[in-house]
Design a protein around this ligand. Structure first.
Ligand code: ZN
Length: 326
């Protein structure tokens, strides 16, 4: 079912295929709106099933959505009804479900923070880095390396925040979240056929801790990271409005992304989805791995996956379902 993702992220240990296709069991959550939502959409795993989702974005915090419509949207997204061709083969734009003022997004592969996902993923999964480089220098290095390989790069802000990209504004919290919840995150991704070895887990955990302990690694003014990316040539999208994401589309159909405008056109402007084009992670990892070994390519691809899940968990509520598009 998730062969395309598995093929890109080779060398998994174990066989999670049976678990991967098993429907999520009924919610263990206490009776609540979350419970009602879980019952109606229990075909899908939610962040809360894995002790994840410390943020606010998600269906349980909404009173402007219809449960039947929500389930129909999940099923249509899962069926690939909104998949469209994507330009490019590495993550370029953010998973953010919003659009620009014209209701549009670029048709490009998505990851948390756009190109910044590759910056953080290569940092967390790459060879143990020296403490003489900071986030700004790393961003410059990665964007230049991607450009040399002929890839487009991109970041975004929004119309009302100094740093309107949650993956960027909360990057230190996301690293911290990885250190605190790596087992929960590993449990979630194993449901989708991606298995983190103990060696990989230890290396990523150490790197996250090192960065959190490295004075000045993270820029105090988060907007300067986005600005640096732009100065290096990354395209900029200005998104508008509030976060209305109701789920996470985990897209493993190579060469495609999910059309946010088409979802709104069918269901209404308050129906948005985060879009994670996981099929593009393997290529990004390969092209950014300066070590050259397959081992590190796999680790970087998995670290990008972790950074995406951790971002969703920091920004999103436990009621946020993960909808595989395979
Ligand atoms: Zn973003």
């Amino acid at each position: 079912m998730f062969e395309s993702l598995k093929n890109l992220l080779k060398h998994f240990t174990g066989d999670q295929e049976k678990e991967a296709i098993a429907p999520a069991t009924a919610s263990q959550q206490p009776a609540s709106t979350l419970h009602a939502i879980k019952k109606s959409s229990s075909l899908y795993h939610a962040l809360g099933d894995f002790n994840l989702g410390i943020g606010t974005i998600g269906p349980a915090n909404r009173n402007d959505i219809d449960q039947k419509v929500l389930v129909d949207m999940y099923q249509s997204v899962a069926a690939g009804e909104f998949n469209i061709p994507a330009n490019g083969v590495v993550p370029e734009i953010c998973v953010d479900g919003r659009t620009d003022k014209d209701g549009k997004r670029k048709n490009a592969p998505c990851a948390a923070g756009g190109t910044l996902s590759i910056v953080y993923g290569s940092d967390l999964g790459g060879t143990p880095a020296n403490n003489d480089i900071n986030e700004i220098q790393l961003t410059t290095r990665i964007i230049n390396a991607l450009k040399e390989k002929g890839h487009n790069t991109g970041v975004h802000g929004d119309d009302h925040s100094s740093c309107g990209c949650g993956a960027c504004s909360k990057a230190p919290t996301i690293y911290q979240h990885i250190t605190e919840h790596i087992n929960d995150i590993a449990s979630l991704i194993s449901q989708f056929g991606i298995n983190l070895t103990e060696v990989e887990k230890g290396a990523i955990l150490n790197q996250a801790k090192n960065r959190l302990n490295q004075p000045g690694f993270f820029a105090d003014d988060r907007a300067t990271v986005v600005k640096t990316a732009q100065d290096c040539g990354a395209a900029y999208e200005e998104l508008v409005g509030a976060h209305n994401e109701l789920g996470i589309a985990l897209n493993t159909k190579s060469g495609t992304t999910v059309d946010r405008s088409a979802i709104r056109a069918k269901y209404g402007p308050q129906y948005d989805m985060f879009v994670v084009d996981a099929w593009a992670f393997g290529t990004a990892a390969k092209d950014i791995n300066n070590n050259g070994s397959d081992e590190y390519t796999q680790r970087i691809a998995k670290a990008i996956t972790l950074q995406n899940v951790a971002t969703a968990s920091v920004l999103g509520h436990g009621s946020l379902s993960i909808i595989p598009v395979a």
